[in-house]
Design a binder for this molecule. Structure first.
Ligand code: PMP
Length: 383
């Protein structure tokens, strides 16, 4: 139940990768038939990824994952538009693979506005509008938040940025493959995605860059990926990402319905059986498999470890920061106080979860919470 940290490989993705593992050794840049075989496989994958987000194949650049895609979008697109200005609008709840590159850019003379969010983690498009000034070159706002699941008003932001001729980048790592995403309909100019969020392998992703948007190579070397991203391609990873994209596109509505109904059953069961529990994120505009909770008087890490002993894998806050034991910047931005934020846990359901999994969690979780609360000085004071 920790699919936000990475999903299991879809069996059909494994099947698609195996022939390449055996015979996909040809360098795709080579003209001989070994090279043509792998370069054809990459082109097929490019079409599959493009199909998932309604882009053109030549608008897809393969990367080593979401982190590289976000770094590339910021450090590749912004310098290519420096003449226009040096101001970027983003939000306080972005992933660190957006926030940290922005921090570096600030040190080299860029100006960044970090927009707040409401109690649901929602960005107000009016705030985006107000933050825009003549020097604004880019708005980078995530499509959906990986910790609390809130889906942001991307369409409104996209029409605003298109009207003002400002580049709109969205970190859609948590969204692509889990909910329908259409770059054209939403006027998105650049978008980051990652394969292991929807049945593909870890360590591979892509950056979509709309035709006509300038981007400077971030990884320099050869002329792979149309000269935009150098280095011999991760053939197996890319083929896996392609197949995962094709499957996600064809199974999207079934997947969304299944995850949503399992998530709602889990949520209702927990709220019914455990007191002092708060649901994070937006009540309706949220990722179908996401259930983020604040459980009062105890720490998320203790719940995680006790559930792990029962064979249940969850996350406390974000997967990427769960070792830091700091209250999540996302939860705190929604106005939750620091003590309650310590009790954050995240269930992120995937397509492999079943009704039985939900029943099992609903059986195991309440006694664990009871036991931890009995040990908590905060809980005895409350009583
Ligand atoms: N952005 C978001 C919203 C994410 O959830 C993640 C992964 N947890 C990333 C970026 C980074 O992606 P990757 O792990 O593929 O580098």
């Amino acid at each position: 139940m920790d699919n936000a940290s990475g999903t299991p490989l879809h069996p059909k993705v494994t099947e698609a990768i195996i022939p390449l593992l055996k015979e996909g050794f040809g360098n795709p840049s080579n003209l001989h038939h070994f090279g043509r075989m792998t370069s054809d496989a990459i082109q097929t994958a490019r079409g599959q990824v493009a199909g998932l987000i309604n882009a053109k194949p030549n608008e897809i650049i393969f990367t080593s994952g979401g982190t590289e895609a976000n770094n590339f979008a910021l450090k590749g697109i912004l310098p290519a538009h420096k003449k226009k200005g040096n101001h970027i609008v983003t939000s306080q709840i972005e992933h660190f693979s957006v926030l940290n590159p922005l921090k570096s850019l600030e040190k080299s003379g860029y100006e960044v506005t970090y927009l707040p969010v409401d109690k649901y983690g929602m960005i107000n498009p009016d705030d985006v509008k107000k933050a825009i000034k003549p020097t604004t070159t880019m708005v980078s706002i995530m499509y959906a938040n990986n910790e609390i699941g809130t889906v942001e008003p991307v369409k409104e932001i996209g029409s605003l940025t298109r009207e003002k001729n400002i580049i709109f980048h969205t970190d859609a790592v948590a969204a692509v493959g889990n909910i329908p995403v259409d770059v054209k309909e939403n006027n998105i100019d650049a978008l980051s995605l990652s394969a292991n969020q929807f049945g593909g392998p870890a360590g591979v992703g892509a950056l979509y860059v709309r035709e006509g948007v300038r981007i400077r190579p971030f990884m320099e070397g050869g002329v792979q990926e149309g000269g935009r991203r150098a280095g011999t391609e991760n053939i197996m990873g890319i083929v896996g990402l392609g197949k995962a994209s094709e499957l996600a596109q064809s199974e999207m509505s079934q997947r969304v319905n299944k995850m949503q109904s399992l998530r709602d059953r889990l949520k209702d069961g927990i709220l019914k059986n455990i007191s002092h529990v708060y649901v994070n994120g937006h009540p309706t505009n949220r990722l179908p498999g996401n259930l983020s909770l604040c459980i009062e008087f105890i720490e998320g890490e203790s719940i995680l470890l006790f559930l792990d002993m029962q064979g249940i894998a969850i996350s406390s806050g974000s997967a990427c920061t769960s070792r830091s034991l700091k209250a999540s910047h996302v939860i705190t931005a929604t106005g939750v106080d620091a003590a309650l934020a310590q009790g954050t846990i995240l269930f992120s359901l995937g397509i492999n979860n079943s009704e039985n999994d939900i029943n099992y969690v609903l059986e195991k979780l309440p006694p664990i919470i009871d036991r931890l609360r009995q040990m908590s000085p905060l809980y005895s004071q409350k009583k």
